[in-house]
Ligand binder design. Structure first.
Ligand code: SAM
Ligand code: SF4
Ligand code: SF4
Length: 457
């Protein structure tokens, strides 16, 4: 059987590191990146992709993202007045598209808990780049509310979607989502997305050692049979609340090796510069998988992504500690040109390359939480033990500057109990949700059931 080289180089390095461009020079020179006009950063990377968080709230408590013991009853999520309105979101997106952004990804928190999300989709679907091209509009969701929302989203102009799903095994999935949510409901959401014509449907699976590596191959079998594009994601040290350790990362090479042992794979060329996933096709032509190897094979050199938090801060890296406030200027009457100039300046000054510099020693640095991207600290501190980590994988040892270590997480709030669990396991409009109880991040149930009003836009 032909074997796969699991260590394929993923892309060319960015051109002209150190180039600093002012707004006026940005457009012409960004063409050196991918042949298209736009704005370029100091390492020669164009701005092509904007991830738009529409809420910092979520009805799940995934252990690797919003662990329930940290993000419990007392956690202070954003008040609605501090969250950008749909018109503010549209305006910023329009300016970004005018600047060369080609992909708009709606995310969160859980984007489907935001009221009337199809209205926002309709507002974004009509945006056009200067050359008349429509932006590539997509959305990442935990899938819990898709049964009710897939059709309205498609009718509003959404063409494709990504659903996060970490296991087909119900017990594993219920444990990892932190709220005992059954996998059958997410699978039904995916079925609804298919019925609504969303295509392609991609599935994100975060792989965490000791949690769900047993699900890697079953997920591949299932996605191949279902015609879904499965993307495995190396567990990342995003935020500071999840107690990340290198030992918990299952490398892309190991993931590909597991699948290749049963279903032979071969590398597939990237379709565009800056593509996040390493793609692998089944040798029999029956589909493909992708692996997002941001820990073991960093891809900062081609990173074209900016992130905009629910409260309107712009982050130029997933691992940024601080963002640039855009809401203030918007609400203070800034013109489109003013806002455009801020975006250009921030991107021109960008030098981020966190994943290329990552060691365990960098992981305690303050940074925004992935689910929120709305402020620089959760108020939760991790303690760096400095101790050597046992069972380190050989791939991480081989990387320059890697050191062993681990974290002991100290949570100032302590265990939060099981509030909210019933919300998701019992189904829509029951328990604390229907009664209007205020549970941060969970005052909005996981579906679009009639009569439910999760708050303003
Ligand atoms: N709630 C939505 C969802 O889960 O799809 C959208 C927001 S979620 C933050 C976006 C993606 O980030 C999901 O696919 C999730 O699995 C992934 N993610 C969250 N924490 C992660 C971590 N520590 N490492 C790798 N991926 C992570
Ligand atoms: Fe899980 Fe997404 Fe919610 Fe994070 S934002 S807890 S990844 S569903
Ligand atoms: Fe992009 Fe930052 Fe991730 Fe590097 S670490 S790929 S710059 S988001």
């Amino acid at each position: 059987m032909a074997r796969v080289n699991h260590s394929e180089p993923r892309s060319q390095p960015a051109s002209s590191p150190g180039t600093s461009l002012g707004p006026t020079g940005a457009t012409a020179l960004s063409e050196a990146f991918d042949g298209r006009p736009g704005v370029m950063d100091r390492r020669g990377r164009a701005l092509r992709d904007l991830r738009i968080s529409v809420t910092d709230r979520c009805n799940f408590r995934c252990t690797y993202c919003m662990p329930a013991e940290v993000f419990g009853r007392d956690y202070a999520f954003l008040p609605h007045t501090e969250v950008l309105t749909y018109e503010e979101i549209r305006r910023l997106a329009a300016i970004a598209v005018d600047l060369g952004v080609r992909k708009l990804r709606i995310t969160g928190g859980e984007p489907l808990v935001r009221k009337s999300l199809p209205d926002l989709i309709a507002m974004l679907a009509v945006l056009r780049a200067p050359d008349g091209a429509a932006a590539d509009l997509t959305l990442t969701t935990n899938g819990s509310a898709l049964r009710g929302l897939a059709r309205p989203l498609a009718d509003a102009g959404l063409r494709r979607i990504t659903v996060s799903l970490d296991s087909l095994d119900d017990a594993t999935f219920r444990r990892m989502n932190g709220v005992d949510f059954p996998v059958s409901r997410v699978l039904d959401g995916i079925a609804a997305a298919r019925e609504a014509g969303l295509d392609p449907i991609k599935v994100n699976m975060v792989v965490k050692r000791g949690e769900n590596e047993d699900s890697v191959v079953p997920m591949a079998r299932w996605a191949r049979a279902e015609g879904l594009v499965l993307r495995y994601i190396e567990y990342m040290d995003v935020g500071t609340a999840n107690g990340w350790r290198l030992d918990d990362v299952v490398s892309a090479a190991d993931i590909v090796g597991m699948i290749d042992g049963e279903m032979p794979l071969e590398p597939v060329a990237a379709t565009y510069r800056g593509e996040v996933a390493n793609r692998w096709g089944y040798r029999d032509g029956s589909g493909e998988i992708g692996v997002i190897a941001s820990v073991s094979q960093p891809f900062c050199g081609d990173c074209t992504r900016a992130r905009r938090s629910a409260e309107g801060k712009l982050y130029t890296c997933l691992f940024s500690a601080t963002g640039t406030d855009l809401r203030g200027p918007l609400r203070d009457g800034a013109s489109d040109e003013d806002v455009r100039a801020i975006l250009e300046r921030v991107w021109n000054d960008r030098t981020d390359q966190y994943s290329e510099l990552r060691t365990e020693a960098t992981s305690h640095l303050p940074r925004v939480e992935m689910f929120v991207i709305h402020h620089s600290s959760t108020g939760v501190e991790n303690s760096w033990t400095g101790s050597a980590a046992p069972n380190r994988s050989s791939w991480i040892n081989a990387l320059p500057g890697r050191t062993g270590g681990g974290y002991i997480q100290s949570c100032p709030k302590g265990p939060s109990g099981d509030e909210g669990t019933e919300i998701t396991s019992r189904g829509p409009c029951s328990g604390p949700v229907a009664s209007g109880a205020s549970l941060p991040g969970r005052d909005e149930p996981p579906c679009s059931s009639p009569g439910w009003s999760p708050g303003g836009t």
